[in-house]
Design a protein around this ligand. Structure first.
Ligand SMILES: NC(=O)C1=CN([C@@H]2O[C@H](COP(=O)(O)OP(=O)(O)OC[C@H]3O[C@@H](n4cnc5c(N)ncnc54)[C@H](OP(=O)(O)O)[C@@H]3O)[C@@H](O)[C@H]2O)[C@@H](O)CC1
Ligand SMILES: [K+]
Length: 553
C-alpha cells in the first residue's frame, strides 16, 4: 500500500511486508523513546496517505505496527484536500471516502493542484504543529512556510517523473535525517532509489515485498543508525530546553515515593542507594577530585540525609576524602548500616561542635543533605545553625581564595519545596541534584549546575504524572538539565614555566632523550603525556610542527 501520495496502484492484495523484530526495537530507539526516555514529548509526525485512500486507511495499516512502537510516536493523520476523482484501488477493501492530493496525467509527467496541495499541508502543520517529522510524504523539502522538519519516514516513496514538479518537490537536497523503506519488488523502487540521491542523510531499509507498508518484525543496522541519529538530535534539543521539563509538587513527590515503594515493589534501601550514587556521579561530573577532594556531607534526619550518607560512601570510592556530619541519627537498620559502612571506610564523623566556624578553610565541597521534599516550616536546631553556616560561607569567601562549592540534594535546605527560598535564609547551592524529577522549587534555582538523578523511574510513573524528563546518556546515573555554564576561555589558560633547554644538556641518544622528557611529563601529572608536538627548524629557517602520539615506547 503506497502512502506516498504521488503514485497510483496501491497494492492491497498483500498489504504488508515483514521487517523483523529487533527492527521494531530499533524503531523504538529511532523514535528516541526507550522507556525512561519518554521525555519531553513524543516526536510528532504528520502522516500522509496514499493515492485515493484516506488518513483513516493509512492509520488502519500503520496501526498494525507493534504497540510498543506506536506508543512512542505521536502520529497525526490528514486527509488529502481533494475527493477522489476516479476509482480507488482499495474499493471493497477499505471503506470510502477516498481522497487525492493532486491530479496527474497518465504518464505521471504533468501534475495539477500541486501548489494548492502544498499550501494545504502547510496550513495544517501551522495550525496543528509543531511537527518533528513527516511519514509517507516525500516532498517535505518543498514546504517553506513551516519550520523545517527534522525527520522523514518514506515508505515506498519515489521521485516525481515531471522535472518541474521534481524540481519543486526536491528543490534542494533533503537535509534532514530520512528513513526509507524500499520493497524488493516495488514497481516504484527505481524512483525510490532516485529520491535517495536527493537525500543528504538517508538510511535505507530494504524489505522483500512490494509497494507496501512493511510490518516490523527483525533487526537491521540501518534502523539502528537512523534511530541513533534521531536520538542524538532529539536529546540535544530537549536537554537545551529546561523550560519543558516537569516539576513535581510536594504532594506528588510523596505520592511517587509511595507508589515506588508500594505497588512497584522498590525498597527504600534500593532507591536511596541509586539516589546517593546519582548525587556522587553528578558531583564527579563537575568537581574533579584532583581539585575538590575534601567533602563534608551534612546529613539530616530523613531520607535526604540517607542519600547524603550513600553519596559520601560513593565519593570515597571515587577518590574524594569525605567527612560526615550527622547530628540527628535515625535509629533504623538502614541508617545504622550506612553509618557502619562509612565507618568501615574510616570516613570521619564530625559533630556540629567539631565543625569550624568558617567551613571554607577545611572543605572543597559541602553536600547539603539536610532536608528533602518532606521539609516544612522553619528549620529547627541544630539544622538552623548548620544552614546558617552554609549561607554565611559567602561572607568568609574573601579570607579564602577558593570558597567551597555547595551541592544540594533534591531540595536546597531551608527552601519551601514548591515556592523556593521564601525566607531568603535557605542554602544557595552551586549545584542542585534533583532526584526522580525536579520539585517545583527547582524552577527558582539559578546556580550553574542542575542535574537530575534517580535513574529508576518506570514508564507507569512517567505516564501517571505526565513526566517529561531528559534521557540519561549511555550508562550514566545523572543527566544535566539545561546548558552548562559558559566558560571563560581565558580562565582555561595555563602558563607553562620550565627551565631553558640548552644544546649541551641534550642527550646524544634521541630515544634516551625522549624517555627523559616522557618521564618528566609523567611526573608533572600531565593529562596525556604520550601526546606531544614535535617542532623542528629546517635549513631554510622555516619551522615545522607535527603532533605525535606515542603508542609504544
Ligand atoms: N522517589 C523518591 O521519592 C526518593 C526520595 N529520596 C529522598 O528522600 C527525600 C525525602 O525524604 P523524607 O520524606 O524522609 O523527607 P526529608 O525531607 O529528608 O526529611 C524529613 C525529616 O525532616 C524533618 N523535618 C521536616 N521539617 C523540618 C524542620 N523544619 N526542621 C527540622 N526537621 C524537619 C522531619 O521531621 P518531622 O518534622 O516530620 O518531625 C523528618 O524527620 C527526598 O527529598 C530525596 O532526597 C531518595 O532517597 C530516593 C527516591
Ligand atoms: K537537601
Amino acid at each position: 500500500m503506497a502512502i506516498n501520495f504521488c503514485f497510483p496502484k496501491p497494492q492491497v492484495s498483500q498489504p504488508f511486508s515483514y521487517i523483523n523484530s529487533p527492527d521494531r526495537e530499533e524503531i523504538h530507539k529511532f523514535c528516541n523513546m526507550g522507556s525512561e526516555a519518554e521525555i519531553l514529548r513524543k516526536p510528532r509526525f504528520l502522516c500522509l496517505h496514499g493515492f485515493r485512500t484516506s488518513g483513516e486507511i493509512l492509520k488502519t495499516q500503520v496501526h498494525k505496527w507493534p504497540e510498543s512502537v506506536l506508543q512512542k510516536l505521536d502520529l497525526v493523520y490528514l486527509d488529502a484536500p481533494f475527493p477522489s476523482q476516479g476509482k480507488s484501488d482499495v474499493e471493497g477493501i477499505f471503506d470510502p471516502p477516498y481522497y487525492e492530493w493532486f491530479q496527474f496525467n497518465k504518464e505521471f509527467s504533468e501534475y495539477t493542484n500541486f501548489d494548492e496541495c502544498l499550501a494545504y499541508i502547510e496550513d495544517f502543520m501551522i495550525k496543528n504543529g509543531p511537527f518533528d517529522g513527516l511519514l509517507g510524504f516525500s516532498q517535505g523539502v518543498a514546504l517553506t512556510k513551516v519550520p523545517k522538519i527534522k525527520f522523514l519516514i518514506i515508505i515506498g516513496g519515489a521521485m516525481f517523473k515531471s522535472p518541474s514538479v521534481a524540481e519543486k518537490a526536491y528543490s534542494s537536497p533533503v537535509k534532514c535525517t530520512s528513513l526509507h523503506f524500499l520493497g524488493k519488488t516495488d514497481f516504484l523502487k527505481e524512483y525510490g532509489m532516485e529520491l535517495l540521491k536527493k537525500c543528504v542523510d538517508p538510511v535505507v531499509i530494504h524489505h522483500p515485498k512490494g509497494h507496501t507498508i512493511p510490518r516490523l518484525v527483525r533487526s537491521s543496522p540501518s534502523i539502528r543508525s537512523f534511530s541513533s541519529k534521531l536520538g542524538e538530535s532529539n536529546t540535544t534539543a530537549r536537554m537545551q530546553n529546561p523550560e519543558s521539563i516537569s516539576h513535581l509538587t510536594q504532594r506528588e513527590a510523596a505520592e511517587v515515593d509511595e507508589i515506588l515503594m508500594g505497588p512497584l515493589g522498590f525498597s527504600v534501601d534500593q532507591l536511596m542507594e541509586l539516589a546517593g550514587l546519582s548525587v556522587a556521579s553528578s558531583i564527579a561530573e563537575v568537581y574533579k577530585p584532583g581539585e575538590y577532594s575534601r567533602v563534608l556531607a551534612i546529613c539530616g534526619p530523613g531520607n535526604n540525609g540517607g542519600d547524603g550518607l550513600v553519596a559520601a560512601r560513593h565519593l570515597h570510592h571515587f577518590g574524594y576524602k569525605p567527612f560526615v556530619c550527622y547530628p540527628k541519627r535515625t535509629q533504623k537498620p538502614l541508617y545504622n548500616g550506612l553509618v557502619t559502612q562509612l565507618e568501615s571506610l574510616s570516613v570521619p564523623f564530625l559533630s556540629v561542635e567539631d565543625l569550624p566556624v568558617d567551613l571554607s578553610g577545611d572543605f572543597d565541597i559541602l553536600v547539603d543533605a539536610m532536608f528533602g521534599f518532606s521539609f516544612h516550616g522553619s528549620p529547627r536546631p541544630p539544622f538552623d545553625d548548620l544552614i546558617q553556616k552554609l549561607v554565611q560561607l559567602r561572607n568568609f569567601a574573601q579570607n579564602h581564595p577558593k570558597s567551597p562549592v555547595i551541592v544540594s540534594v533534591d531540595i536546597p535546605s531551608g527552601w519551601h519545596v514548591e515556592e523556593g527560598d521564601v525566607s531568603g535564609e535557605g542554602v544557595k547551592p552551586d549545584m542542585l541534584v534533583s532526584l526522580t524529577a525536579p520539585k517545583l522549587c527547582a524552577k527558582k534555582f539559578t546556580g550553574p549546575h542542575h542535574f537530575l538523578g534517580g535513574r529508576f523511574v518506570p514508564p507507569s510513573i512517567m505516564d501517571k504524572f505526565k513526566l517529561h524528563l531528559p534521557p540519561y546518556p549511555g550508562t550514566s546515573m545523572c543527566v544535566r538539565i539545561g546548558k552548562p555554564p559558559q566558560i571563560d576561555i581565558s580562565a582555561l589558560r595555563q602558563n607553562y614555566i620550565s627551565p631553558e633547554l640548552l644544546e649541551e644538556q641534550v642527550v646524544a641518544d634521541p630515544i634516551e632523550q625522549f624517555r627523559k622528557w616522557f618521564d618528566d611529563a609523567l611526573a608533572a601529572g600531565l593529562r596525556e603525556p604520550n601526546a606531544m608536538a614535535l617542532s623542528t627548524v629546517g635549513k631554510d629557517g622555516k619551522p615545522y610542527v607535527g603532533s605525535l602520539f606515542a603508542i609504544h615506547c
